[in-house]
Write a protein of this length. Structure first.
Length: 125
């Protein structure tokens, strides 16, 4: 059985999700100002937290307001890069145990591409 998100919203709380320039452009094309939903921390763009959760999380439903247009990192989650360990599964996700090795392998190349894009960004949007 493949990973099944239970829409608990835990991954959207106190997020540190990095954003690529493609993510910024895609979301901005929906009518949002970059400064509304993202912050630049001096190294990379990240989703902004409002009241302890992602700018796009609907607190009442625990759903993403821009789900079809969400950042690439959100699409790959709960597959993450773990410092000094490599690619793995975020054990903060209550459904992490349902991730199969096949899913990890399938998303690993996307994650590596995402990391490269984030590391080779330009500060200016």
């Amino acid at each position: 059985m493949p990973f099944k998100c239970i829409k608990c919203g835990k991954c959207c709380r106190e997020t540190e999700m990095p954003l690529t320039l493609k993510d910024l452009r895609r979301i901005a094309s929906l009518g949002y100002k970059v400064t509304e939903f993202a912050i630049f921390d001096g190294e990379k763009w990240k989703l902004k937290n409002i009241n302890g959760h992602c700018f796009f999380l609907d607190e009442k439903t625990n759903l993403c307001k821009i789900y079809p247009h969400r950042p690439e990192g959100c699409r790959i989650y709960p597959i993450i890069y773990i410092e000094n360990e490599g690619i793995g599964v975020d054990d903060e996700c209550p459904m992490a145990y349902t991730i199969t090795r096949k899913e990890i392998r399938r998303k690993a190349s996307r994650l590596l591409k995402l990391i490269w894009e984030i590391e080779h960004h330009e500060e200016n949007f």
